[in-house]
Design a protein around this ligand. Structure first.
Ligand code: PLP
Ligand code: COI
Length: 355
């Protein structure tokens, strides 16, 4: 794919952030973005150009019927100066799976990766170096055809924006408290819960807002049919440690198949832990916490990395896990994963890709 690159210099460039230990998540964007358009059944006009607003018709399909998908991955600064991506092929593949589900055009995986790599390289002055920081990469596709009938758009924009980030949760690597949601649901089997589309997040806002008002970091979703089985958290998959066994909800069709989730499972087996993907009832977890059988819990995601979970609030009661402290399995998996992502340790899986 041929990408046209706009050169920017001097006063066209934004001032860089001052302190990369204070980045937060997703508020700062780099100087340039990648975009290309799908018209007349083909992708064209691939370009890297100044980060700017789009002009879209108010009747554009994305505004009315949410024909939109996105991805999330990160670029990391290795101590030896290399710039590394973590499993970008998996993000490209999932993006296309999301596209197919919403009747959107796919993009050759190598073109998605090329767009990401060329953009990150062009914007490398934004790559933060402090531990725990990275560039968060957000590939997105929106339906831009102007009409009001309900049918797939014939026109799209695919774009990639970059945001230098620190920790997703304000407290950093500290146990978070989750509110087990037993009224609202996120997704149902047969719906779109297993792809990355904006509507899933819109549907989650009310429950998230209410949980935050009560002082919880995020919602832990239960299944849509019986409100009995654990699904995932707003932006991460869930894991529970039962002694030496790592257990995570099985992919039933309403959960996002997280790339970090798949990596944690492989890593755990590599480190000699037993793993199990199964249907997990909330009662089983609550009983396990009470009896001491569940020794740790954590979430996994690109933005959230591995986030220890210190307590679950369910039916008006708080269930504290591992004295609200980071457990040894969580810590070991976290250390190993981030060491691979940041190129501080050898990657036996071939996951990291140097740009
Ligand atoms: N579940 C949801 C709903 C998410 O938004 C994310 C974030 O991408 C994840 C799980 C974790 O997925 P991944 O590990 O691929 O980032
Ligand atoms: C990610 O981890 O990439 C996500 O998409 C989470 C996001 C909703 C902030």
């Amino acid at each position: 794919m041929k990408i046209t690159v706009e050169q920017l210099e001097g006063s066209q460039l934004k001032p860089l952030y001052q302190d990369d230990s204070q980045l937060g998540f997703g508020r700062i964007f780099t100087d340039r973005m990648f975009s290309m358009r799908f018209v007349n059944n083909a992708w064209n006009e691939a370009r890297i150009e100044k980060y700017r607003s789009f002009t879209l018709d108010p009747s554009s399909c994305v505004f009315h019927y949410s024909q939109e998908i996105f991805e999330g991955l990160k670029a990391y600064a290795a101590p030896d100066g290399r710039i590394l991506l973590f499993r970008p092929d998996q993000n490209a593949r999932r993006m296309n799976r999301s596209a197919e589900r919403l009747v959107m055009p796919t993009i050759p995986e190598e073109d998605i990766i090329q767009a990401i790599e060329e953009l990150v390289l062009a914007e490398k002055r934004w790559l933060p170096k402090q531990p725990g920081t990275s560039i968060y990469i957000r590939p997105t596709m929106i339906a831009t055809e102007a009409f009001l009938g309900v049918h797939p758009s014939a026109e799209y924009i695919f774009y990639v924006i970059l945001s230098p980030v620190g920790a997703y949760y304000k407290g950093g690597f500290k146990p978070i408290s989750l509110y087990v949601e037993d009224t609202y649901v996120r997704a149902n089997v047969g719906g779109v819960g297993d792809i990355k589309t904006g509507g899933n997040y819109a549907a989650s806002l009310m429950a998230g807002y209410r949980a935050q008002q009560k002082g919880f970091s995020q919602v832990l979703w239960l299944d849509g049919r019986e409100r009995k089985y654990i699904e995932e958290v707003g932006a991460m998959n869930m894991f529970f440690v039962y002694g030496k066994k790592l257990v995570t909800p099985k992919l039933t069709g309403s959960i996002l198949p997280g790339i970090t989730r798949a990596s944690v499972l492989e890593l755990a087996r590599y480190l000699g832990l037993e793993t199990e993907e199964r249907i997990i009832s909330i009662d089983d977890v609550i009983d396990g916490i009470s009896s001491g059988e569940v020794t740790e819990a954590f979430g996994s995601g690109t933005a959230a990395v591995i986030s220890p979970v210190g307590s679950l609030y369910y039916k008006e009661k708080d269930f504290v896990i591992n004295h609200n402290e980071v457990g040894s399995v969580t810590q070991t998996l976290y250390d190993k994963l981030v060491n691979i992502q940041y190129g501080r340790e050898e990657d036996p899986f071939g996951w990291v890709r140097e740009i």
